[in-house]
Design a protein around this ligand. Sequence first.
Ligand SMILES: NC(=O)c1ccc[n+]([C@@H]2O[C@H](COP(=O)([O-])OP(=O)(O)OC[C@H]3O[C@@H](n4cnc5c(N)ncnc54)[C@H](OP(=O)(O)O)[C@@H]3O)[C@@H](O)[C@H]2O)c1
Length: 329
Amino acid sequence: MMRIAILGFGSVGRGIARAILAKNLDITVTGLADSKSGIIDAGGIDLAAALARKENGGACGNAGVSPADVVAKADYDVLVEVTPTNVEDGEPALGHIRAALRRRKHVVTSNKGPIALAYPELRALAEESGVFLKYEATVCGAIPLIHAMQEGLAGNTISRLYGVFNGTCNYILTRMAAEGLTYDQALAEARELGYAEADPTYDVEGIDAAIKLVILANTVLDMRTVLDDVERTGISLLTPDALQLAEDQDCTIRLIGEIVPEAGVLRVSPRIIEKDHPLVVEGTLNAVTVGTDLAGDLTFIGKGAGSTETASAVIGDLLYIQSRHVQGS
Ligand SMILES: NC(=O)c1ccc[n+]([C@@H]2O[C@H](COP(=O)([O-])OP(=O)(O)OC[C@H]3O[C@@H](n4cnc5c(N)ncnc54)[C@H](OP(=O)(O)O)[C@@H]3O)[C@@H](O)[C@H]2O)c1
């Protein structure tokens, strides 16, 4: 049995809890925190009750227990860090991840901030402590891209990696092309459907996609990059005319993130692309093509976000750790 502590009980945290319950996984949650409360229970927290409290608008635990208390005091094998992304300094998640690794606890996170900003340091800390640091959910939600590149494609040299890394932009571009909507109309629709935040800057200016490129570059492509290394153009200035022009040539426009490791290129920009290209996916889907020497080109398509879909990636990481480390310990 694996014991975990979950920090963050929003869309992803609750998706993980629901999946543990629905699939009767051999995982016990011994610590849980949201922004204002926490619970520590070595005997196992009643997840269904915590979900009900949260879904009724309450806190998941007690106001007297902080996330830092859960990290420092709960009895767990793996810290599951699923709090909001902060790409300025990664905090408070970065401090919590460091503290868990120092306690020799494995860490699984969906939080892009700490991985994009401090991967080399965190990786070294994990190695020193003899524990795993896993972050599949930080890039392309449900698509097991990192696992595929680290395990299935081990031994290949990656010549190029490019694709659609942001579902919000993809939705906006899909709707502009299909209905002739303006950028503002398509953004308003994306907001109504919950695909875009009130402040969509991160998504539409390509920052979210750029962060994902930095994570891939630093963690699976042996590069040392920071966000400022990514050449970046967003979609907010695209006009219906530009999409129509592409349409006239049997093409469309997608926000494409691209890494060419050998040339040190990292870029995010709207690109004209033939409509029958595998990367032309509809709606909020993500799609990534990985160009390799031995395996040729592989294209991965799937849901880049969503409560259950992101939980899938987190649970994949947890079961990976369980199969290699926790059993019998
Ligand atoms: N949603 C997705 O589809 C998706 C996909 C890939 C990656 N991610 C990443 O996964 C992470 C979680 O996303 P989400 O959609 O679940 O976010 P969310 O719905 O906003 O939930 C965030 C949760 O974290 C809690 N929280 C905030 N600050 C905290 C702190 N300092 N300590 C402990 N808990 C804190 C919040 O508490 P309250 O409940 O009290 O507000 C909430 O429970 C983010 O980093 C996001 O970028 C999300």
